[in-house]
Design a protein around this ligand. Structure first.
Ligand code: SAH
Ligand code: TYD
Length: 389
């Protein structure tokens, strides 16, 4: 049974940056499946509306993302030494470009971002990861020793079809690595902004293992990584491959989640109450700043920020603009608002309050804006509760 636990109000497509005002178009609610323990959003948009030529997200914009991908590539070469690799949702090639180009095949449905990966010398299928593509991959390539996918699987509605397809193209000795935001971290940090139309699911280890098992796959190791506000990197194998042992780290992650109650509806009811409180407190905090005639801007026009602004109804009456480094977002409105995205400039005016839309890159941002912060410049965050830093 699927039980709703949170209503995040009317929302637009979170990456639909446009020069025209785009109003919210759907009601975003979160639900928990008591059987599989999966947490998901209630409305699944057609993939073509979300992932198309104008998709603006670029992985390479974050130093942390680039560094972690580089580090992981080194580890993969050393420990798994794969001969052929498939990456699903390669975006601009930030991960795949760390490997010998002859060994890697990429899948990326958004043509503009795929072009950027191709420029790096990568072979890219400009396709969605679906049954049709599987046929093509099986025709043109050997089964893969390694399949990698970061922040993409949770964008795909039919998980059973994804994992059934993975079993077809993964070599029997192969490893499938997924990186996705951690549900445990999301709940602990109260980061309800992890939910928007593209994040159909936020995985717990428990739920992911339940879905994988149905498709003759299983997790054999989990790493907790810092990116995107706390993610998990899952190492997955075919169940029939008994050569790889299940790690202690996997069992520890399962136990941590169980102890936290991630598999119970009560956990989400509590989360829902905390989120509603967070909304009230954030509105109160920003109201107070505006009443003192002070200026607020945003830093990082992330999809996460779109959820916050629309849920809390904090729009152009609160924010002067948002800074962002992404070319495809600059000069456009944040979806559901008339707040302009401006080309990033180093922060100078220490009287202006700066709301962290990209709170998950706080350390990286603080390094860049050290002089602003040292000159008593103030950041605002809602993680884990609304406050001024
Ligand atoms: N892997 C990168 C990009 C994540 S953004 C990183 O972690 O930084 C998600 C990417 O998945 C986008 O580039 C999007 O176009 C792609 N994507 C979305 N749906 C997909 C699908 N059905 N099949 C393959 N790729 C998909
Ligand atoms: P991100 O948190 O990666 O993802 P999502 O859109 O899925 O929520 O988005 C961060 C945004 O912040 C992205 O548009 C790039 C921008 N950004 C900056 O403008 N400056 C920075 O220093 C960093 C780290 C990000």
């Amino acid at each position: 049974m699927k039980k709703i636990f949170l209503d995040l109000g009317n929302q637009p497509l979170a990456n639909n940056f446009s020069k025209k005002y785009i109003p919210p178009i759907f009601r975003l609610k979160l639900k928990f499946d008591t059987k599989s323990k999966l947490v998901m959003i209630n409305k699944h948009m057609e993939k073509e509306r979300m992932f198309n030529k104008s998709y603006p997200y670029r992985s390479s914009k974050s130093k942390l993302v680039r560094e972690l991908f580089k580090e992981l590539s080194k580890k993969i070469k050393k420990k798994l030494n794969p001969e052929n690799i498939l990456e699903i949702g390669c975006n601009d090639g930030s991960f795949a470009s760390n490997f010998n180009k002859e060994k890697v095949v990429c899948v990326e449905p958004c043509s503009d971002v795929a072009k950027e990966a191709k420029k790096k010398g990568l072979r890219v299928y400009v396709n969605y990861f679906d049954d049709l593509l599987i046929k093509l991959l099986l025709k043109n390539h050997q089964k893969f020793d390694l399949i990698f996918s970061a922040n993409t699987i949770t964008h795909i509605s039919d998980l059973n079809s994804v994992f059934a397809n993975i079993t077809q193209i993964l070599a029997d000795h192969g490893t499938f690595i997924i990186e996705e935001p951690s549900l445990l971290e999301t709940i602990k940090k109260n980061s309800y902004d992890q939910f928007y139309n593209e994040h159909i699911y936020v995985f717990s280890t428990i739920a992911l293992q339940n879905i994988l098992k149905k498709n003759k796959l299983e997790i054999y190791d989990v790493e907790n990584i810092k990116v995107h506000g706390g993610s998990n990197r899952y190492y997955i194998k075919k169940k029939k491959n008994k050569k790889i042992k299940i790690s202690l780290r996997f069992k520890k992650n399962l136990n941590l989640e169980k102890r936290f109650g991630i598999n119970t509806f009560a956990c989400y009811k509590k989360f829902s109450k905390r989120v509603q409180k967070s909304k009230k407190e954030l509105i109160k905090l920003l109201k107070k700043i505006k009443e003192n005639n002070q200026k607020i801007i945003g830093y990082g026009a992330s999809a996460k920020a779109v959820t916050i602004l629309n849920y809390c109804n904090l729009k152009e009456n609160y924010f002067d603009f948002f800074y962002d480094t992404t070319q495809q977002k600059i000069g456009k409105f944040l979806p559901g608002t008339r707040i302009n995205v401006l080309k990033y400039k180093k922060l100078r005016d220490n009287k202006t309050y700066v709301f962290l839309g990209a709170w998950n890159f706080y350390k990286e941002i603080l390094k860049k804006e050290k002089s602003f912060y040292m000159n008593s410049g103030k950041f605002i965050t809602h993680i884990p509760y609304p406050r001024i830093i």
